[in-house]
Write a new protein. Sequence first.
Length: 186
Amino acid sequence: MAIKIFIDQGHNPMNPNAGAEGGGYREQDLVYYIGKELEALLNANPNFEARTSRNSPEEILGTSTATSLSARVNAANSWPADYFISIHANASNIVSASGAEAYVYSASSPAYRLSEDILLRLSETTGLADRGVFERPTLYVLRRTAMPALLLEVGFITNPSDAALMANNPALIARGIYNGILTYFG
Protein backbone atom coordinates (compact mmCIF):
# COMPACT_ATOMS: atom_id res chain seq x y z
CA MET A 1 0.00 0.00 0.00
CA ALA A 2 1.36 3.42 -0.99
CA ILE A 3 2.55 5.86 1.68
CA LYS A 4 0.29 8.92 1.52
CA ILE A 5 2.07 12.27 1.81
CA PHE A 6 0.16 15.54 1.98
CA ILE A 7 2.18 18.49 0.69
CA ASP A 8 1.04 21.87 1.93
CA GLN A 9 2.37 24.77 -0.11
CA GLY A 10 2.36 27.38 2.63
CA HIS A 11 0.25 30.52 2.31
CA ASN A 12 -2.23 31.86 -0.22
CA PRO A 13 -1.55 33.88 -3.39
CA MET A 14 -3.04 36.91 -1.59
CA ASN A 15 -4.53 37.64 1.81
CA PRO A 16 -5.85 35.99 3.84
CA ASN A 17 -2.66 34.21 4.84
CA ALA A 18 -0.25 35.57 2.23
CA GLY A 19 3.43 34.82 2.83
CA ALA A 20 6.71 36.69 3.01
CA GLU A 21 8.22 38.74 0.20
CA GLY A 22 11.81 39.46 -0.75
CA GLY A 23 13.87 40.35 -3.80
CA GLY A 24 10.76 40.71 -5.95
CA TYR A 25 9.55 37.21 -5.05
CA ARG A 26 6.53 36.06 -3.06
CA GLU A 27 6.77 33.03 -0.77
CA GLN A 28 3.39 31.63 -1.80
CA ASP A 29 4.44 31.57 -5.47
CA LEU A 30 7.83 29.94 -4.91
CA VAL A 31 6.53 27.19 -2.62
CA TYR A 32 3.55 26.48 -4.88
CA TYR A 33 5.86 25.28 -7.66
CA ILE A 34 8.22 23.42 -5.32
CA GLY A 35 5.20 21.56 -3.91
CA LYS A 36 3.87 20.64 -7.35
CA GLU A 37 7.32 19.34 -8.41
CA LEU A 38 7.52 17.24 -5.22
CA GLU A 39 4.00 15.91 -5.79
CA ALA A 40 4.98 14.78 -9.32
CA LEU A 41 8.13 13.04 -8.07
CA LEU A 42 6.24 11.18 -5.35
CA ASN A 43 3.35 10.19 -7.61
CA ALA A 44 5.81 8.79 -10.19
CA ASN A 45 7.01 6.34 -7.51
CA PRO A 46 4.55 3.47 -6.88
CA ASN A 47 5.51 3.45 -3.18
CA PHE A 48 3.95 6.88 -2.65
CA GLU A 49 0.76 8.80 -3.23
CA ALA A 50 0.86 12.58 -2.87
CA ARG A 51 -1.62 15.45 -2.82
CA THR A 52 -1.08 19.19 -2.51
CA SER A 53 -3.08 21.74 -0.57
CA ARG A 54 -3.20 24.20 -3.50
CA ASN A 55 -3.87 22.85 -6.98
CA SER A 56 -3.50 26.08 -8.92
CA PRO A 57 -1.29 29.14 -8.30
CA GLU A 58 -4.44 31.25 -7.80
CA GLU A 59 -6.24 28.91 -5.37
CA ILE A 60 -7.09 30.55 -2.05
CA LEU A 61 -7.81 28.37 0.97
CA GLY A 62 -10.09 29.85 3.63
CA THR A 63 -11.37 33.34 4.29
CA SER A 64 -8.99 34.15 7.17
CA THR A 65 -5.60 32.95 8.34
CA ALA A 66 -7.32 30.61 10.82
CA THR A 67 -9.62 29.07 8.21
CA SER A 68 -6.75 28.83 5.70
CA LEU A 69 -4.67 26.80 8.17
CA SER A 70 -7.71 24.73 9.14
CA ALA A 71 -8.47 23.91 5.48
CA ARG A 72 -4.94 22.55 4.99
CA VAL A 73 -5.03 20.41 8.13
CA ASN A 74 -8.58 19.18 7.49
CA ALA A 75 -7.68 18.10 3.95
CA ALA A 76 -4.73 16.07 5.25
CA ASN A 77 -6.69 14.57 8.14
CA SER A 78 -9.72 13.62 6.05
CA TRP A 79 -7.71 12.00 3.24
CA PRO A 80 -6.13 10.54 5.59
CA ALA A 81 -2.45 11.22 4.92
CA ASP A 82 0.33 9.23 6.56
CA TYR A 83 2.68 12.25 6.66
CA PHE A 84 2.25 16.02 6.31
CA ILE A 85 4.92 18.34 4.88
CA SER A 86 4.28 22.09 4.85
CA ILE A 87 6.71 23.94 2.55
CA HIS A 88 7.70 27.54 3.28
CA ALA A 89 10.36 30.14 2.55
CA ASN A 90 12.03 31.80 5.51
CA ALA A 91 12.64 35.55 5.91
CA SER A 92 15.07 37.60 7.96
CA ASN A 93 16.25 41.19 8.40
CA ILE A 94 19.76 39.72 8.09
CA VAL A 95 20.27 39.47 4.32
CA SER A 96 23.10 36.92 4.73
CA ALA A 97 20.81 34.46 6.57
CA SER A 98 20.69 31.35 4.40
CA GLY A 99 19.79 27.67 4.44
CA ALA A 100 16.96 25.29 5.22
CA GLU A 101 15.46 24.30 8.57
CA ALA A 102 12.49 22.31 9.79
CA TYR A 103 9.98 22.47 12.63
CA VAL A 104 8.16 19.57 14.28
CA TYR A 105 5.66 19.27 17.11
CA SER A 106 7.98 17.08 19.20
CA ALA A 107 11.44 15.55 18.96
CA SER A 108 9.82 12.17 19.73
CA SER A 109 7.67 12.33 16.58
CA PRO A 110 8.69 10.30 13.51
CA ALA A 111 8.57 13.69 11.74
CA TYR A 112 11.80 14.64 13.55
CA ARG A 113 13.87 11.94 11.83
CA LEU A 114 12.10 12.55 8.52
CA SER A 115 13.03 16.24 8.85
CA GLU A 116 16.66 15.36 9.53
CA ASP A 117 16.78 13.15 6.41
CA ILE A 118 15.10 15.80 4.27
CA LEU A 119 17.47 18.54 5.44
CA LEU A 120 20.51 16.31 4.86
CA ARG A 121 19.51 15.43 1.29
CA LEU A 122 18.27 18.95 0.54
CA SER A 123 21.65 20.31 1.59
CA GLU A 124 23.51 17.69 -0.49
CA THR A 125 21.33 18.36 -3.55
CA THR A 126 21.22 22.17 -3.47
CA GLY A 127 24.22 23.28 -1.42
CA LEU A 128 21.92 25.07 1.05
CA ALA A 129 23.10 24.94 4.65
CA ASP A 130 21.29 22.53 6.99
CA ARG A 131 20.16 24.78 9.84
CA GLY A 132 18.63 21.92 11.86
CA VAL A 133 15.30 20.67 13.19
CA PHE A 134 13.47 22.51 15.97
CA GLU A 135 10.45 21.75 18.15
CA ARG A 136 7.61 24.21 17.62
CA PRO A 137 4.45 22.75 19.21
CA THR A 138 2.58 26.06 18.88
CA LEU A 139 2.37 25.91 15.06
CA TYR A 140 -1.19 25.09 14.02
CA VAL A 141 -0.27 22.72 11.18
CA LEU A 142 1.95 20.71 13.53
CA ARG A 143 -0.41 20.46 16.48
CA ARG A 144 -3.66 19.86 14.61
CA THR A 145 -2.58 17.17 12.12
CA ALA A 146 -3.43 13.57 12.97
CA MET A 147 -0.20 12.27 11.38
CA PRO A 148 3.51 13.07 11.77
CA ALA A 149 3.93 16.60 10.42
CA LEU A 150 6.80 18.94 9.64
CA LEU A 151 7.10 22.50 8.46
CA LEU A 152 10.05 22.94 6.11
CA GLU A 153 11.68 26.31 5.44
CA VAL A 154 13.51 25.58 2.16
CA GLY A 155 15.59 28.77 2.09
CA PHE A 156 15.47 32.50 2.83
CA ILE A 157 13.42 34.61 0.43
CA THR A 158 15.36 37.61 1.79
CA ASN A 159 18.70 36.10 0.70
CA PRO A 160 19.31 36.79 -3.03
CA SER A 161 21.05 33.44 -3.63
CA ASP A 162 18.45 31.32 -1.76
CA ALA A 163 15.58 33.21 -3.43
CA ALA A 164 17.08 32.79 -6.91
CA LEU A 165 17.46 29.04 -6.31
CA MET A 166 13.82 28.73 -5.21
CA ALA A 167 12.59 30.81 -8.14
CA ASN A 168 14.78 29.41 -10.90
CA ASN A 169 15.09 25.77 -9.89
CA PRO A 170 12.06 24.57 -7.88
CA ALA A 171 12.63 21.07 -9.32
CA LEU A 172 16.07 20.88 -7.67
CA ILE A 173 14.64 21.79 -4.27
CA ALA A 174 11.82 19.27 -4.76
CA ARG A 175 14.42 16.64 -5.71
CA GLY A 176 16.34 17.30 -2.47
CA ILE A 177 13.15 16.90 -0.40
CA TYR A 178 12.23 13.75 -2.35
CA ASN A 179 15.71 12.28 -1.80
CA GLY A 180 15.27 12.87 1.94
CA ILE A 181 11.91 11.10 1.88
CA LEU A 182 13.51 8.15 0.08
CA THR A 183 16.30 8.05 2.67
CA TYR A 184 13.78 8.05 5.52
CA PHE A 185 11.75 5.20 4.06
CA GLY A 186 14.86 3.19 3.18
